[in-house]
Design a protein around this ligand. Structure first.
Ligand SMILES: [Fe+2]
Length: 342
């Protein structure tokens, strides 16, 4: 029987993780009868693997299972990039507050106490799937924006791959500077999105081979603020907004758009700025050839002396770029991959 209250005609996939085989079979039959697709896991390790491999829309998770217990499975799935938005309902024979608190701490979204009433279980499932469906739609919008960021640079064959390289360089630099995992994620997004405001810049300015007039440069300088307003409604880009808005600030306050100075410019912004300039100088552009490392760093250190960039971050980057690690980790993956675009 098809569940008439399902949010839309999509067939939702539900992972049922329960070590009690007959309980799992009864539950999965109930779900199939209501139009859901079901995947079964009978221990914690299977539940983790299936969660990551099958992209379920929702997970029903027993607490006591051999291997990893339900709390640990929930904790790991909520920490994993591809499964953290998947709602988890914990099936528990326990109704104590302590067990629920532990579940909530592990990231569980809802609880059903065994023995459950079918109608209650199906209602909770529908309600969480509705939220999941809205989140998926938001993710679609976000994917479009990230794609747009790459489309802008594809207008100009010289900048093709720039956003991905800046993202990758920023993450590498963040790792060298021992930034947290959460900060590396912000660098990853900020690197891709930093120039997205350029979509509002006319091609006559964006693709101009020679130098820009003062008026043209004033228009070009609007891209960080425009980029910020494009991304400010995106849930997942919130943390990256300062990187988009401030990647052209200089430590002496002579940058744009806000003329921030020294400590007003966060470390993550400084990292993206160094990565952005390094990539612009070491790749070919319509107005210049690709510069050598010596010329690039000599100019950048000159600008550190002028008070523009963070010398400590630049020295860390130079040391890495001139090391064997950089050649093996980055050169092969980035430069070879993007060579066809130049
Ligand atoms: Fe920019």
């Amino acid at each position: 029987m098809q569940d008439p209250f399902k949010p839309n005609s999509k067939i939702y996939k539900i992972l049922v993780a329960d070590d009690n085989q007959s309980d799992a079979e009864i539950l999965s039959q109930l779900l199939r009868d209501n139009g859901y697709e079901c995947i079964l896991a009978h221990n914690g390790i299977d539940a983790l693997e299936s969660g990551i491999r099958h992209f379920p829309d929702l997970i029903l998770l027993d607490v006591d299972m051999p291997g990893e217990n339900g709390y640990e499975v929930a904790r790991q799935l909520k920490a994993h990039k591809s499964t953290r938005m998947v709602p988890i309902i914990m099936l528990t024979a326990l109704s104590e507050l302590g067990a629920k608190l532990e579940g909530l701490e592990a990231g569980v979204d809802d609880f059903i106490t065994k023995p459950y009433r079918q109608v209650e279980l199906l209602t909770r499932i529908r309600s969480l799937l509705r939220v999941k469906s809205l989140n998926d739609q938001l993710d679609d919008v976000e994917n479009i924006v990230f794609t747009l960021a790459r489309i802008i640079e594809a207008k100009d064959s010289y900048t093709l791959g720039h956003a991905d390289r800046v993202s990758r360089y920023s993450v590498l630099l963040g790792k060298l500077l021992k930034r947290s995992e959460a900060e590396l994620e912000i660098l990853d997004k900020g690197g891709v999105l930093h120039d997205i405001g350029k979509m509002a810049i006319p091609d006559s300015i964006l693709l101009k081979p020679g130098s820009l007039t003062r008026e043209e440069f004033d228009i070009m300088k609007t891209h960080p603020v425009t980029g910020c307003s494009i991304c400010e409604r995106l849930r997942s880009a919130q943390d990256a907004l300062p990187l988009i808005r401030h990647h052209h600030e200089k430590l002496d306050g002579s940058g744009y758009p806000d003329g921030l100075k020294r400590d007003e410019i966060p470390v993550l912004v400084r990292i993206v700025t160094i990565s952005d300039i390094y990539d612009a100088l070491t790749t070919r552009r319509s107005y210049k050839d690709a510069w050598t490392l010596d010329k690039t760093f000599s100019v950048m250190y000159e600008e550190v002396k002028r008070g523009w960039w963070d010398g400590d971050i630049l020295r860390t980057w130079e040391k890495f770029v001139r090391s064997e690690d950089f050649n093996t980790m980055v050169t092969r993956k980035i430069h070879v991959k993007t060579a066809s675009g130049h």
